[in-house]
Design a protein around this ligand. Structure first.
Ligand code: SF4
Length: 178
């Protein structure tokens, strides 16, 4: 990895392979103009809460779950084409480090991202790493809380067509307390 001022660059080995179901889902979501939802996919409890919350949000219209692995490393995939052509992408990062946001704001453009920091919503588990350190039912409840706040914020930030509008600034979208 190279460091140039405040920008990190890394090389990714390309592939000619395609994921069959990723092609199908990416192509369908592109055609139906769905809004991609991504999370940081971090391995700790914060990443898990963000991942679960992204899954919940993506069940609602007009949102669908996107694959960050394909987006970042299979540039010719239908999944990548869908996300890059989407009107907007929703991103739920696990914490203030914004690991996915700091990548995607360069790949997709800040103006095309609606970003959330999940930890700032539930404010717990900061002394824990393992996913299993929080019981499964509590993980689900916390993820639901995050998803509900994200969906409320997206609804308040929507235009009449029900799609997220361009945020006035590229910073994290504030979520309502309730
Ligand atoms: S944003 Fe936080 S939870 Fe997500 S990968 Fe980065 S450090 Fe982990």
């Amino acid at each position: 990895m190279k460091t140039i001022d405040e920008v990190l660059t890394l090389e990714v080995t390309n592939t000619r392979k395609r994921c069959p179901i990723g092609e199908k889902v990416g192509g369908r979501n592109l055609e139906e103009k769905k809004i991609p939802v991504l999370s940081c996919e971090g391995a700790c409890i914060r990443g898990e809460i963000a991942r679960l919350a992204a899954n919940i949000v993506a069940k609602e219209e007009p949102y669908r779950r996107a694959c960050h692995g394909e987006l970042l490393s299979v540039p010719q995939s239908a999944m990548t084409e869908w996300v890059k052509k989407a009107e907007k992408t929703v991103l739920i990062d696990g914490c203030f480090l914004r690991c996915q946001g700091r990548i995607l704001e360069n790949l997709l453009g800040k103006e095309n991202l609606v970003q959330f920091d999940a930890l700032s919503i539930y404010k717990k588990y900061t002394d824990r790493f393992d996913i299993e350190s929080v019981p499964e039912e509590e993980r689900k409840q916390t993820a639901q809380l995050v998803a509900d706040r994200v969906l409320t914020a997206l609804k308040e930030d929507s235009d009449v067509a029900g799609k997220p509008s361009v945020p006035s600034s590229p910073t994290l979208v504030p979520v309502p307390d309730k």
